[in-house]
Design a binder for this molecule. Structure first.
Ligand SMILES: O=C(CO)[C@@H](O)[C@H](O)COP(=O)(O)O
Length: 225
């Protein structure tokens, strides 16, 4: 799949979310929405009411990343509200298969997220249940952190697992993705790139997205995935 860019609105202006989404509407593929509950991660951001409000204004589909303690309870509601992709964390879900199926049944793509220290091999049997695997490349909770190179072998391993089973599962990297790191992620096999500070910290967010996409395309072509 051609690389896709999903700017994270965690680095946008929360008082002007609709305008900040509009700024990347012509260059990005998704709007990545970080839902944090101050339990699964030590930060509190936004929830379903804000997502419902944003859905009315966003020209791009919403990619909701639930960093919450009880995704089984909430994930289907995000899908039913109209989010086109909903990711739950493997470390938090108590009934991941039921929840992933409920997300799909509500018409959204189902994502499974894993933290930097969580191995992916244990989830190989779940690949048929998901549309996207999200690999955190920082410890979840905050934007603007330094990319963890230590996760790159896992990105490659995940791509090999997906390729080996010939499944149409997207591989998303999230955290510290920037002009300095995106090529390494693409070379390792990632094809969906979340970038917060690298997009919204730039003077021209749309141009930042275009540059990231160009870098990812070149690196993907070189790697031959
Ligand atoms: O989920 C998270 C953080 O937990 C990410 O989506 C960050 O919001 C990405 O921000 P940058 O690392 O790109 O600044």
């Amino acid at each position: 799949m051609a690389p896709q860019i999903a700017p994270s609105i965690l680095s946008a202006d929360f008082a002007h979310l609709a305008e900040d989404v509009e700024r990347i509407a012509d260059s990005a593929d998704w709007v990545h929405v970080d839902v944090m509950d101050n339990h699964f991660v030590p930060n509190l951001t936004l929830g379903l009411p804000v997502v419902q409000a944003l859905l009315k204004h966003s020209p791009l589909p919403l990619d909701c990343h639930l960093m919450i303690e009880d995704p089984d309870r909430w994930a289907p509601e995000y899908a039913e509200a109209g989010a086109k992709s909903v990711t739950i964390h493997a470390e938090a879900a108590k009934a991941p298969i039921r929840t992933l199926r409920a997300i799909r049944a509500a018409g959204a793509r189902a994502g499974l997220g894993v933290n930097p220290a969580t191995p992916v091999d244990g989830f190989a049997d779940l690949l048929g249940e998901i549309d996207m695997l999200l690999l955190m490349t920082v410890e979840p909770g905050f934007g603007g952190q330094k990319f963890l190179d230590v996760v790159l072998p896992k990105v490659r391993r995940a791509r090999e697992l997906i390729k080996g089973r010939d499944l149409p599962v997207w591989l998303q990297v999230d955290g510290g993705v920037s002009a300095e790191t995106i090529e390494r992620c693409a070379e390792a096999g990632a094809d969906v790139f979340v970038a917060g500070s690298a997009v919204y910290g730039a003077d021209d967010p749309a141009e930042a997205v275009r540059r990231l996409r160009g870098q990812a395309e070149d690196a993907t072509a070189k790697a031959g995935w």
